[in-house]
Ligand binder design. Structure first.
Ligand SMILES: *[C@@H]1O[C@H](CO)[C@@H](O)[C@H](O)[C@H]1NC(C)=O
Ligand SMILES: *[C@@H]1O[C@H](CO)[C@@H](O)[C@H](O)[C@H]1NC(C)=O
Ligand SMILES: *[C@@H]1O[C@H](CO)[C@@H](O)[C@H](O)[C@H]1NC(C)=O
Ligand SMILES: *[C@@H]1O[C@H](CO)[C@@H](O)[C@H](O)[C@H]1NC(C)=O
Ligand SMILES: *[C@@H]1O[C@H](CO)[C@@H](O)[C@H](O)[C@H]1NC(C)=O
Ligand SMILES: *[C@@H]1O[C@H](CO)[C@@H](O)[C@H](O)[C@H]1NC(C)=O
Ligand SMILES: *[C@@H]1O[C@H](CO)[C@@H](O)[C@H](O)[C@H]1NC(C)=O
Ligand SMILES: *[C@@H]1O[C@H](CO)[C@@H](O)[C@H](O)[C@H]1NC(C)=O
Length: 680
């Protein structure tokens, strides 16, 4: 806002409008991410399109420091390690690759969430550190490095073109000699307030809070809310009876990438939760679902990327008796992980070799797997088991196993290493899923178009729904159960991946809050401002798919009482936008009765104030004051110094002049008459 009124600044600087920063995160022992100095970092732009171009930046170029404009496919570990420790680089802008890098790309670790799952040096050390299976072989770990300079992503091709044009016009070395001033430069602002680690930052936060009237917090714990619902309503004010058994059907809601606000997560996250939403809808529609022997609980965990924030909190709450269920109520566990199917249609049922050493558990897991296999009959999906000794892939289920032996499986589309080649990167987009809509479709037609991907996810949803039904004690023929390809998978895919506004979401969304829905893809980073839009959306979609419309008025909906026929202990009531009827363009809002609820997904480490915990996630996000980027032309150092000296000389001369004029003022400006006395 400051610069908008300053016309000189507007003439000099071109702001970049479509960038995404890399920000700083901290855990118990480290800081990761990027930052600029407090006034932003400036450097002469140099475009690096192939590795040889680095020579200029690292050695030959006469005008360091440089701002490197790096092509996306060079954003690799080798290149970054070369640039990391040189003082000749003041920052970096990465151009997103189009199409996606053919060889795969993941800035995440090769062994994600290492040490916080079921396998760690203290729990089953023989499987710790991905000993046996490296889950993410494409991982280069850049997301977990600490960079001392700012790194931004350029999202918009036209803007990249503007920068390249400026570079071509001013910065190209002519015949190997240095280019002439003025040169095109870039300035990046992303100064981070927190340093070192979470322990340090939380200590400083608490000093601020204690001694400062206007405390300036330095970092915030990552966290949000888990979304959960049950098929048969349960009393949310009490706790479930010990003999009540629940099948937990879980998936995760979040992901991350190197850059803060570009987290498409199509295969790593969205494929799983869209499928679980479809399964939840299918189950709820079955006629005999309220009479099943066991209950089914759907859980969407937040913050799993950062050492299992959501699931570790739920397990902690269950252990502390702060959740409606406790661990004894869990009959079995079914988790949907990545099910993108970029290659074929086999589903792999992973289980935990350690808990299966117990014969009882082993038998239960074997039964569970055969139920899943039978449930896939009549679909295109084949279900198989990976070798018995293989560990579980990173999954929320690991946090439950860490607390207790529970029979369960994790369903994925990969046998060993991830088949997703863009795990937790900016390239894990709808295109990665080969999700394509014919170009000529209008938004309304796209809504009714079932893609191939949706088709196959529907079959997975069918398999999951049948499995849950049978596990809960259903007796009808499971082949009757079929997920609906249109509503759940196809429409929600479109909405969750391509555009969150209007289509599908608008009608089910909280009344009067439509400005939260933007016309762009959502991003699935857990963040610190909760509940984030994806959490809310999953809550509302699940409420729409499994809840019932009631005729409560707005007041009754917001203050549900027994007199109005509401059961506050059993249900939640939400006032939604509603669709427009044929006679009026205004939508008619209504009240939905639902078992969907939110539960806190903040790491227990912050609840316990154990900021150095190795048991629970300790990730925090640094705060910052401003994040922006701009380009402009800079003059040479000599010219700047000459300008400065000339300016100083003029200043001194004029000061001296004024001094003498002032001293001789009565001589120079003699007044004809005596000054009159004026009374004020
Ligand atoms: C960003 O937006 C401003 C204001 O609309 C415009 O002047 C500027 O040229 C834009 N930047 C680029 C690189 O296009
Ligand atoms: C914190 O993160 C760093 C970087 O990923 C990692 O090496 C370290 O083990 C983590 N510390 C804890 C306590 O998890
Ligand atoms: C880039 O500019 C062209 C022509 O001005 C325009 O048609 C196109 O939509 C722009 N692309 C983006 C990504 O904004
Ligand atoms: C570059 O060098 C070549 C041969 O030495 C010369 O002909 C040409 O004019 C030079 N170009 C510029 C822009 O100085
Ligand atoms: C729910 O549990 C609370 C506390 O145990 C109890 O007071 C309330 O009556 C219960 N509600 C229903 C609908 O059973
Ligand atoms: C196996 O697990 C069951 C149920 O958790 C438990 O009751 C039993 O004691 C365990 N058996 C052994 C040999 O540990
Ligand atoms: C779910 O949304 C659809 C429109 O998208 C609407 O017709 C239906 O009534 C909604 N159902 C509930 C229970 O909210
Ligand atoms: C629309 O208006 C017509 C005539 O006024 C009426 O017959 C019809 O029932 C209305 N439809 C709805 C959905 O209100």
């Amino acid at each position: 806002g400051l610069s908008s009124s300053n016309s000189v600044e507007r003439k000099i600087y071109i702001p970049l409008n479509y960038t995404a920063p890399c920000v700083r995160l901290l855990n118990a022992t480290h800081q990761i991410g990027c930052q600029s100095s407090i006034n932003g970092d400036t450097g002469v732009i140099h475009v690096v399109e192939k590795e040889e171009d680095l020579q200029w930046v690292l050695k030959d170029g006469p005008n360091p420091p440089y701002m490197v404009l790096l092509e996306g496919d060079l954003f690799t570990r080798e290149v970054m390690l070369k640039l990391k420790d040189t003082r000749r680089v003041s920052g970096m802008a990465v151009v997103i690759s189009k199409p996606n890098p053919a060889g795969g790309y993941s800035p995440d670790l090769r062994c994600p969430n290492d040490g916080f799952g079921a396998y760690s040096p203290t729990h089953s050390p023989e499987l710790a550190h991905c000993n046996g299976t490296v889950w993410n072989p494409f991982g280069n770990g850049l997301s977990y490095e600490d960079f001392k300079f700012p790194i931004f992503l350029l999202k918009d091709e036209n803007e990249t073109q503007v920068i390249k044009q400026c570079y071509l016009e001013h910065n190209i070395p002519v015949n190997g000699s240095a280019p002439k001033f003025p040169l095109c430069a870039m300035q990046l602002f992303s100064h981070m307030l927190a340093v070192t680690d979470t322990v340090t930052c939380m200590r400083r936060n608490s000093i601020q809070a204690r001694f400062n009237l206007n405390p300036e917090m330095l970092c915030d714990a990552l966290g949000d809310y888990n979304v959960w619902s049950v098929v048969k309503p349960i009393n949310n004010s009490g706790t479930a009876e010990p003999e009540e058994k629940f099948i937990l059907a879980a998936t995760r809601l979040d992901s991350r990438s190197f850059f803060w606000d570009i987290v498409p997560a199509a295969e790593s996250t969205v494929s799983g939760f869209v499928t679980l939403l479809a399964a939840a809808q299918t189950i709820q529609k079955l006629p005999d679902v309220q009479s099943l022997k066991k209950n089914i609980m759907f859980v969407f965990f937040q913050g799993e990327t950062f050492d299992y924030i959501g699931s570790s909190r739920m397990v902690y709450d269950m252990e502390q008796g702060k959740f409606v269920l406790n661990l004894d109520n869990i009959d079995s566990f079914l988790e949907l992980s990545q099910v993108g199917f970029s290659s074929n249609f086999s589903l792999w049922a992973h289980s935990d070799p350690v808990s299966r050493r117990n014969a009882t558990i082993n038998q239960q897991v074997m039964d569970l797997v055969s139920v899943v296999q039978n449930s896939s009959a009549g679909t295109n999906i084949t279900v198989a088991e990976p070798p018995n000794s293989q560990a579980l892939p990173p999954s929320s289920f690991q946090r439950f196993l860490r607390a207790r032996n529970i029979p369960g499986v994790v369903l994925t589309d990969h046998k060993s290493s991830f088949s997703n080649r863009y795990y937790q990167s900016v390239y894990d987009t709808a295109e990665n899923l080969l999700l394509k809509y014919p170009r000529e479709l209008s938004p309304e037609e796209a809504l009714n178009h079932v893609t191939d991907v949706a088709e196959s996810l529907t079959e997975v949803a069918t398999t999951v729904a049948r499995t849950l039904y049978l596990l809960a004690g259903g007796t009808q023929r499971p082949s009757m159960i079929k997920a609906d390809p249109l509503t759940a998978t196809s429409r929600s895919h479109l909405s969750f991946l391509v555009c969150a506004q209007k289509i599908f979401f608008f009608y089910i969304w909280r009344h009067g809050a439509s400005n939260y829905l933007r016309n762009t893809p959502l991003w699935y980073y857990v963040s610190v401002s909760s509940p984030a839009t994806p959490t809310r959306l999953v809550q509302y979609v699940l409420a729409n798919l499994t809840g019932t419309a009631t005729d409560l008025t707005k007041d009754q909906c917001q203050n549900p009482t027994k007199d109005a026929g509401a059961e506050k202990d059993l249900y939640d009531y939400i006032w939604v936008q509603g669709s427009s009827s044929e006679n009026s363009s205004e939508p008619t809002p209504f009240c939905v009765e639902t078992t969907v609820r939110l539960s806190k997904a903040l790491s227990p480490a912050f609840e316990l104030k154990e900021w150095g915990s190795t048991e629970y996630s300790t990730w925090t996000e640094s705060r910052w004051k401003e994040i922006r980027a701009r380009i402009f032309l800079i003059a040479s150092k000599e010219l700047e110094i000459i300008t400065l000296i000339v300016g100083l000389v003029i200043l001194v001369v004029s000061l001296v002049g004024i001094y003498f004029i002032n001293a001789k003022v009565d001589v120079l400006f003699t007044s004809a008459r005596e000054p009159s006395t004026v009374a004020y």
